[in-house]
Structure formats: structure tokens, C-alpha cells
Write a protein that binds this ligand. Structure first.
Ligand code: SF4
Ligand code: SF4
Ligand code: FES
Length: 404
């Protein structure tokens, strides 16, 4: 059975859309999910709902016996036993979660108040200026728990010995955050520059390309790139067997693309070791654990168990790793083929949202269409069912709606 067969219905793998789902708001930029109770939580973001009026289940307004019930009185109110069922009904907003305390900090000298538990990046996104909200990120995603790997989002915090990653550091009362100092800008530039010297960033998002320009990234100053590795050569490296480069060329991770199945390719010349794919395959979404980081130092790489090819690994082809990869290292075979044929037209791409037709879960799909043909399928990161993650059928099973 080919991997395409799996996508089109012979087998779904485990493919539970979303799995656990990401931590959602806790790792993201939204405070949705915090609870507002009648204005008691001024920043919580509106998870309060108002109870409907009308007949009261189990309530007679007096004797505690439902008019249509012959089985006796309702359970006594544990809080106020004398209260009638009608009185027990909520008449205002209903609490859906915990109330959060507000913390106050300053960002570049301006006071900001956010719910306790928010990260600095949350605060910059929700309360910051446009420039502050545009803090660069690579390993962060709104639908994932913070990974804290790339350090491109660093800010200065008064009293902290080192720069702190804004995507992971929680806001504290009295914290003084600075986002645009010389130290911050220099650090962000170095992160982006070293990554660009070692990995191919040409297919990273428009935001990443813009940030590299904004921070004056000049990867060429590290010298011409070293020749690419042969297929599998980086996978065979052992920790401690690293040969120091002579400095004449810039070391890099360039290597041939891995194409070992019908659905997606692994182009690790573009991998910046952000770990998003590992976490999407693991505890953030899929719980399949088909991939992990192997090796040490510059030889670190994303690998399957024992470096086996994907069809022999635990991979179930949900494609959730593709959905979070920030550099194009992971992409569908369809996209890879179109790019290779110089037939990739993102400027013409339209995105249509629909509901997956394969099962009854109701996942939202975003169909990316170029020149009348579906080229990719994603799901919105803020969708309450998928949290941006899909199963093999939703992501790859679209051949039946079009003819190639
Ligand atoms: S497609 Fe990616 S996320 Fe899904 S099981 Fe395979 S390696 Fe894991
Ligand atoms: S393959 Fe993509 S998501 Fe995975 S570590 Fe590399 S850059 Fe990150
Ligand atoms: S985005 Fe914050 S450490 Fe990567």
C-alpha cells in the first residue's frame, strides 16, 4: 500500500485531528480562554457566556419536583440547601475557567497589563505597538507550546544577566522589558545570520525574509558555503567525531532532498533545528513520536528512529510537521514537484476554507489553490477542533476533487 493509498482512505494511521491539540492560548498570542465574570476580569478576553432564560430543568419554583418528573425532589443545593431550583439557575455570565490576576510590567517604558501567565511575546502581540508586535520568531507558533530553541525573539529584562526569549518567559509584576536595544538587535541579527549561513532560508516565510532585511543579515560574510554533504553522510556522523572546519568556507547542512514516499519530502538543507516538527509529531499534536533530534552540536539533525526511511518509521503521514516547519524543509511532494518544475506560483494562490468531508469531526480545511489545482491543505491555527493540525486524509486526501 502506498502512502497515497493511506491518504485516500485505505488506512488512516492514527490521524486523530489535533491529537491533544496544542496548548492553544497558553502558547499563543491570544488570551481567549481566560474567563471574564461580570467584568471581574477586565483583560480576560471574554469567555463569559450568559445563561439562557426560560424553563428550569428540574425546577418547579417551589417544591423541588420537576412537573414532568415522578421520581421525586431534585438534589438539594449543596451551597444553600434552602434555595429553590429556580433560584439556583445562573442568571448572568457562567464561569468557564479560572479567573486570572493581572500583572503590570513596562515595555520600552510604557505600562502594560496582561493576565498572569502571559508570556512577554503574548504581551507584545496583544498590548504592544506594531513594532513590538512584530518581534521576530522562528520556533514559536500560535498553536504550539513554546519551544525556546531559536532565540531570535530575545528581549532585555532589567536585572536579568542574559537576554531572555520573549516567547517563553512569563510576565511578572514590575518587570521592565526592553525590545529594541542595541544588544537585542545585535543578538537577533546574529541568530538570523548564522542560521542563514548554515541553512537555505530562501523558502522561509515572507516575515522571515523581511526580518533578515530589517536586521541587516549578511550571511555571505562567513565565506562561500562549503560543498553539500552526500546523501546520508550527515546521518552517519557520530558525536565527538566532528572535524573542525578550516575556516575557508562556511559550514552548512546542505544535502540532497530525502524523497522516500508519495506524500512529503524532507529537504534538510533548509532545516534550522527549530524542533517544531518534533513537537508537532510528539506532545503538541500527534503523539506519534516518529522523529526526534539526533546527533550533537553542528551534526544535530532531525531523524527517524535508526535513520530508517519514512515508510519504515512510525510516521502516519498526518503532515503536522509540514504545517509548522518555518523554512520549507518539510513540504508536500506536490509542492516540491511544482517548485522543481519552476511551476510554483504563490502570487496567484487563493485559499478557500471548507469543512473536511472524510469524517464527522468537522475539521476546517484551507485549500491552497494555484492555477485551478489544489497544491496544499492546511487548517487554521486558531480553529477549535484542529488547532491547525490535521490527519492524513484531511491534509493529503484531496485527489478525488480534482484531476491532475
Ligand atoms: S507526518 Fe510528521 S508529524 Fe505526522 S507522524 Fe509523520 S513525522 Fe510525525
Ligand atoms: S524540519 Fe522544519 S520544523 Fe523540523 S526542525 Fe527543521 S526547520 Fe524546524
Ligand atoms: S521564537 Fe522564541 S526562542 Fe524561538
Amino acid at each position: 500500500m502506498t502512502t497515497s493509498d493511506r491518504a485516500t482512505g485505505d488506512r488512516t494511521g492514527n490521524g486523530a485531528p489535533g491529537g491533544k491539540g496544542p496548548a492553544g492560548p497558553s502558547g499563543g498570542s491570544s488570551f481567549a480562554g481566560d474567563v471574564s465574570v461580570d467584568g471581574a476580569n477586565e483583560a480576560a478576553g471574554g469567555a463569559a457566556i450568559t445563561a439562557p432564560s426560560g424553563p428550569t430543568p428540574g425546577g418547579t419554583g417551589g417544591g423541588g419536583v420537576h412537573p414532568s418528573s415522578a421520581v421525586g425532589p431534585t438534589v438539594a443545593d449543596p451551597v444553600a440547601p434552602g434555595r429553590t431550583p429556580a433560584e439556583r439557575l445562573p442568571t448572568g455570565p457562567v464561569m468557564l475557567g479560572s479567573i486570572k490576576r493581572m500583572v503590570t510590567l513596562t515595555v520600552d517604558g510604557d505600562e502594560v497589563r496582561v493576565p498572569e501567565g502571559s508570556t512577554i511575546l503574548n504581551a507584545l502581540h496583544e498590548e504592544g505597538t506594531p513594532a513590538q508586535a512584530d518581534t521576530p520568531t522562528l520556533c514559536w507558533a500560535p498553536n504550539m507550546d513554546p519551544i525556546n530553541a531559536c532565540r531570535v525573539c530575545v528581549v532585555e529584562v532589567e536585572g536579568s544577566r542574559v537576554l531572555v526569549p520573549s516567547c517563553a518567559r512569563k510576565c511578572e509584576d514590575g518587570m521592565e522589558v526592553r525590545t529594541d536595544t542595541e544588544k537585542v538587535r545585535h543578538s537577533r541579527k546574529m541568530v538570523l545570520e548564522l542560521l542563514a549561513s548554515s541553512a537555505d532560508m530562501s523558502q522561509a516565510s515572507d516575515d522571515v525574509q523581511r526580518w533578515m532585511g530589517d536586521y541587516g543579515v549578511d550571511a555571505a560574510r562567513y565565506g562561500p558555503p562549503a560543498p553539500p554533504s552526500e546523501a546520508g553522510e550527515r546521518d552517519r556522523r557520530h558525536a565527538g567525531h566532528h572535524h573542525a572546519p578550516d575556516g575557508a568556507v562556511a559550514a552548512n547542512v546542505h544535502q540532497p532532498v530525502k524523497i522516500d514516499n508519495d506524500l512529503y519530502v524532507r529537504d534538510y538543507s533548509r532545516c534550522i533545528m527549530c524542533y517544531k516538527c518534533v513537537n508537532a509529531c510528539g506532545t503538541d499534536a500527534q503523539f506519534t513520536f516518529a522523529i526526534a533530534a539526533a546527533g550533537r552540536g553542528f551534526d544535530a539533525r532531525i531523524a527517524t528512529e535508526y535513520e530508517v526511511e519514512l515508510p519504515d518509521s512510525a510516521c502516519v503521514y498526518c503532515g503536522n510537521c509540514i504545517g509548522v516547519c518555518p523554512t520549507g524543509a518539510l513540504k508536500s511532494v506536490r509542492e516540491h514537484d511544482l517548485r522543481s518544475d519552476d511551476d510554483w506560483h504563490p502570487e496567484e494562490e487563493t485559499v478557500t476554507t471548507t469543512v473536511c468531508s472524510f469524517c464527522g469531526v468537522g475539521c476546517n480545511l484551507e485549500l491552497h489553490v494555484q492555477q485551478g489545482s489544489i497544491v496544499n491543505v492546511t487548517s487554521p491555527a486558531d480553529h477549535s477542533v484542529t488547532h491547525g493540525h490535521l490527519c492524513i486524509k484531511g491534509r493529503f486526501g484531496f485527489q478525488h476533487v480534482q484531476n491532475y
